[in-house]
Every structure is written in structure tokens, then in C-alpha cells.
Design a binder for this molecule. Structure first.
Ligand code: PMP
Length: 405
């Protein structure tokens, strides 16, 4: 028996996928030609499976700043900030993010995953309690496993269930941290943030919101769900990533709570990994400025999301519960989802295949993310293609409805 024997069930599931000629984990882009187009197996392919919400991966200013940063400061920092020091760019980026959110403090991490890992594992310890939405992203769960706080899971997007669980522990000493997401990454639904804020206040807990998929997307200034819902003052920690609207890599946390800065000496995922290279810091700063200066990108993204969501819904697909740039088509039988995904790729459309057990409610679905860089023609092509293949696979039409986004 090999050391890999423990993965037998996983290997088996993966082999079955490959037997039908679909390997969603091995898609290779021969080329990426724009924010929304790539080449797969020699075929020009429309990208609907990125998180490139504002379409900034090919932004001229960001590319130029990045190239200039490499010329001036080199390709990498070759160490962590506590051991090797910070570059001016790290601090400039932190200042600008803090300013954008109107918060006093900001810490930048090397990925969004590490931002969650670093904050969640450090903010609460064994004498505290951590309250997680059941559908939390893997990075939130992993942060809870790296830390020592007892974890309480509450039903997805259910403030009453959270309140019930907080009540049971209300006589326990220690801090209580609630973690929710702005837009959930699989189905595109948003958290009922006002109600969560009411619960947080009632029980004197702290609230963290992961705005990974809502930064640049929601709110008048693009700060996310908390801005849209008018509850920013009640959110103690905002976590975000650079890998989606800001089109690079890295993560951050902002807060105005006094004492925050000590985390730089306590958060291991911040302390014990190399800091972001100058090229990344510079393109991220540039993208953040573009996000702030060009709200029309957000308007276009909203219009595109509505067009895509309404198009699929009106065609009769079972789509996610809310219109957002993440649009999921739910398909009851995983085999059909796999075959559907494969056909789409063959016909020049790439999106994400989400299969159980990695999905909420053990459903299979095709997950798309819309970009401001998609044109109406791109969206209409995608809706028409999915509708044609949907009919071929005998997926039933549902009633018409219009997107409320
Ligand atoms: N939080 C959420 C909600 C996410 O969806 C993701 C990544 N998809 C992350 C954090 C991690 O971000 P990154 O990929 O930038 O590390």
C-alpha cells in the first residue's frame, strides 16, 4: 500500500471524471489574449470562469507600473517583512487600502487565503469562540483549524441560527468573532449583513466580513457589501483579496480597532512567508486607483451580470438565488454537469465546474463569473450557447423572471 492509498476514494472520483474525457483540473490555456479571451487546445475561448470582475488583468497603467517596479526594485523581496523589512510600496499599498475603506489600519498578506488564515487563527484563541457560516470559504475554515478557538458553525446566511448559538454561549467568557462573506463564491448570494450586525450588537461579538468577491463590485464606491448595506461602522474587520477585482495576487485586512498593529508580530501567516514582490504591489496599487477613479466599470459589471443572469434564468435554467457577477447554473445530476461543461469548452466557452462534495447542498453546478470587460455580444453568445446545449441535454425550462440586481 503506497502512502497515497489514503486518497483512494478521491483517485477513484477523479478517474471517473477522466474516463468521460472531462478534466476540469487540467485545463491548459495555450495563451491568454485579453481579460476575457484565451486559447485552449488551439481554439479561441471566451473566459467566463475567472474572477476578473473589473477586467483589469490587461490594464495598461497596471502593466506599465508593474514593469517599472521590476526595473527599479527587482523581481522579489526574498523574505518576510518582519525579517527582511518592508518596501515603501508595501506601506503605500496599506495606506491606500486603509484610506479607501476609511479605516486606521491595514495589513497586507501574500494571498487572500493567507489573509483569512492569518486573521482568523490569531484574533481568537482557546478561551474565545469563533462563529462561522456553514458555507464559508476553505480559507476561513483553514484559519479556524490553524487557530485554537472552539468553532461554532451556524446555518448559511441565517442570523436567527447564529443568535441561538451565541445565546447558548452568552455566559462564557472570552471574545466572540463572527465571520461571514460579502458575496459567496459558489452561488453568488450575499449575506444578510444588517441582520448579522443586529446579532453581533446584541451579543457584543466582533464581526469580520470577507469581501473577496464584493470589493469593486458592490457599494457606491466599490467597498463591498458592508458599504451597500450601510453598515461599515459595525464591521470590525474587512478581509479582501487582490486576486479578483484588483487582478493580481495578495490579500489584506483593514480595521480601526486600537491595538490592531500588534498582529504583525503575532499572525504567523503574515510573519513567516515572503512579502509581495514589487511588481505585484505596483500593479495592485494601480488597479486600486482605477477601481476608485472609474465607477463606470462597476456599472458595466452590474449591467453585464443582469444580462447574463436574466438571460439564463429566462431560458429556463435553475440559477443561483440572487443576481451577482457570480452566476451559477444548478444541475441536479453531476454526470450531466460534467458533460455540459465539456461541451461548452469544446464550443469555446470556459467556466468552472463545481461538483460535490465541494459544493453547498451537495449539488453540481456550472459557475460563471461575469466581467466588466465582457461585451453584450460575449454575454449573448454565452447565453445562446448554454441554452442550445441545455436543450440538447434535456434540461427543463423554468418560468420567466427578471433579475432584481
Ligand atoms: N475568500 C474567499 C471568499 C474566496 O473566494 C477566496 C478565493 N477564491 C479567498 C478568500 C482566497 O483568495 P486568494 O485566491 O486571493 O488567495
Amino acid at each position: 500500500m503506497s502512502i497515497f492509498g489514503k486518497f483512494a476514494a478521491l483517485t477513484d472520483r477523479y478517474d471517473r471524471l477522466r474516463e468521460v474525457g472531462a478534466d476540469p483540473f487540467a485545463v491548459k490555456f495555450d495563451d491568454i489574449v485579453s481579460s476575457v479571451e484565451g486559447v485552449v487546445d488551439g481554439k479561441r475561448t471566451l473566459l467566463f470562469g475567472t474572477n476578473n470582475y473589473l477586467g483589469l488583468t490587461f490594464d495598461e497603467a497596471a502593466k506599465e507600473r508593474s514593469i517599472d517596479a521590476i526595473r527599479r526594485h527587482g523581481t522579489g523581496t526574498t523574505g518576510s517583512r518582519i525579517a527582511n523589512g518592508s518596501y515603501k510600496g508595501h506601506q503605500e499599498l496599506e495606506r491606500e487600502l486603509a484610506d479607501f475603506y476609511g479605516h486606521k489600519h491595514c495589513m497586507v498578506f501574500s494571498t487572500g487565503y493567507q489573509a483569512n488564515l492569518g486573521m482568523i487563527s490569531t484574533l481568537v484563541g482557546k478561551d474565545d469562540h469563533l462563529f462561522l457560516d456553514a458555507d464559508s470559504h476553505a480559507s476561513i475554515y483553514d484559519g479556524s483549524r490553524l487557530g485554537h478557538a472552539p468553532v461554532v458553525r451556524f446555518r448559511h446566511n441565517n442570523p436567527d441560527d447564529l443568535a441561538k448559538r451565541l445565546k447558548r454561549l452568552s455566559d462564557q467568557p472570552g471574545d466572540k468573532l463572527i465571520v461571514v462573506e460579502g458575496i459567496y463564491s459558489m452561488l453568488g448570494d450575499t449575506a444578510p449583513l444588517k441582520e448579522f450586525v443586529d446579532v453581533k450588537r446584541e451579543f457584543g461579538a466582533y464581526l469580520m466580513v470577507d469581501e473577496a468577491h464584493s470589493m469593486g463590485v458592490l457599494g457606491r464606491h466599490g467597498r463591498g457589501l458592508a458599504e451597500r448595506e450601510g453598515v461599515e461602522d459595525d464591521v470590525d474587520f474587512v478581509v479582501g483579496t487582490f486576486s479578483k477585482s484588483l487582478a493580481s495576487v495578495g490579500g489584506f485586512c483593514v480595521s480601526s480597532l486600537d491595538g490592531f498593529e500588534i498582529l504583525r508580530l503575532a499572525s504567523r501567516p503574515y510573519m513567516f512567508t515572503a512579502s509581495l514582490p514589487p511588481a505585484i504591489v505596483s500593479s495592485t496599487l494601480s488597479a486600486l486607483r482605477t477601481l476608485r477613479a472609474e465607477p463606470q466599470r462597476r456599472d458595466k459589471l452590474t449591467a453585464n451580470s443582469q444580462r447574463f443572469y436574466a438571460g439564463l434564468r429566462n431560458a429556463g435554467f435553475h440559477v443561483g438565488p440572487e443576481c451577482s457577477p457570480i452566476v451559477a447554473v444548478i444541475i441536479d445530476q453531476p454526470e450531466i454537469a460534467v458533460a455540459f461543461w465539456k461541451r461548452l469548452l469544446e464550443e469555446g466557452m470556459y467556466l468552472n465546474l463545481a461538483l460535490p462534495p465541494a459544493t453547498p447542498n451537495s449539488s453540481a453546478f456550472l459557475r460563471s463569473s461575469v466581467s466588466a470587460a465582457h461585451s453584450d455580444e460575449h454575454i449573448d453568445f454565452a447565453v445562446a450557447l448554454m441554452t442550445r446545449i441545455g436543450r440538447e441535454f434535456g434540461l427543463l425550462p423554468a418560468e420567466n423572471n427578471v433579475c432584481p440586481f
